[in-house]
Design a binder for this molecule. Sequence first.
Ligand code: AMP
Length: 294
Amino acid sequence: MEIINRRKRMMSVARKLRREENRTIGFVPTMGALHEGHLSLIHEARAMCDVVVVSVFVNPTQFGPAEDFNAYPRDLTRDAGLLAEYNVDYVFAPPVEEIYPPGFSTYVTVEGGSEELEGASRPGHFRGVTTVVAILLNVVKPDFAFFGQKDAQQSVLIKRMVRDLAFKTEIVVLPIVREESGLAMSSRNDYLNDEQRRAAAVLHRSLSQARQAFEEGERSGTRLTELVRTTIEKEPLARIDYVSINDAETLARLDKIDDRPALISLAVFVGRTRLIDNMVLGKTKKHEAAGALG
Ligand code: AMP
């Protein structure tokens, strides 16, 4: 496994793999602090592609000024150990100035879809995400890039960007990996103490209740979000940022769920840690895994 820090080196390695060796490249972008969620993406990339490239880059442009960019967990030695165990071929871990050289001034924004949900709570977040993903896709030029349903809105926006700007990469979205308690794996779970971690299981519990009500026939967006809210409000350590039901493909807000898959998503503070989670209603697990997000 080679760790690459320079954009030019990454580009020339990827070009050689593609052109001279004719090998398919699978790419998994991450911010490091790797956990089973990341590893599930890498596992799938390993199964589908000849060569696996993983980037580890805490992207400053997707963090707001009051957010945790500086505190975000960073441990490249540990991450590289895990990546080697998973037979990753290349780790791209550039310093910030390799991605944003002096004078950098071009951003990619997906209009309509970036401002709601996570975008409403985190202004500018998705501009940062789509910009860095565009750069990384241009550097690595992978055949496939793997993303988690954990960040459902992000996956929708990246798919849209790739389609609109004619990137040649195919986007693969994989299901949320959870702890036994139901808590979705996240690098930010590192911020939680034991008591908060136990409390954080309420996110998944509340979503599961909504899914059950949906399966029993409930189709009202208001009633389903109320159900989720009521459950979370019973947990004293949790504070709701938002709970929302949207069309899983267009992200349009839904008052009533019809035949199309609906995304129920939420952001909740547990202590000072902001956690997100979601479920897709109206599709089987198999469909959800393969990409209910179109
Ligand atoms: P991050 O390092 O948080 O930027 O995440 C990198 C990729 O891993 C993103 O595509 C995430 O959606 C995905 N990911 C993060 N947590 C999970 C999880 N619990 N299950 C599946 N994918 C995940």
